[in-house]
Design a protein around this ligand. Sequence first.
Ligand code: FES
Ligand code: FES
Length: 141
Amino acid sequence: QQFKRFYHPKVIDHYQNPRNVGSMDKNLSNLGTGLVGAPACGDVMRLQIKVDDETGIIEDVKFKTFGCGSAIASSSFATELVKGMTLDEALKIKNTTIAKELSLPPVKLHCSMLAEDAIKSAVNDYKTKRKNALKQPTLGP
Ligand code: FES
Ligand code: FES
């Protein structure tokens, strides 16, 4: 069908078998959530990361994307990338890395941008939460 003719097999693979789809309990204290939208097309992506507070390593990742095949493939690939990374490494991920891996055509570059933004926003959400938690006065003697 149309989709298959125009897309790289890697996109189709991630689209048909997306990795790490789902969500984690948003009440977990060591969870960061990124929710981003693409104004151009209205697609929305949510990415959650579960972080080891001690090491700053991303232990688990889940995503949900309401969007086109490239956006789903980009988020699926992004979850594979960030799992096991430190927060700072994850912040360095560029959409071009994702686009290159999936051989996205120019009109689909913003789909990979969505994944980059979602990662950044999840990391920043975690960092903000963590900062606030550390600020809380400790009770006790
Ligand atoms: Fe165009 Fe995402 S809205 S496919
Ligand atoms: Fe908009 Fe893919 S067409 S995210």
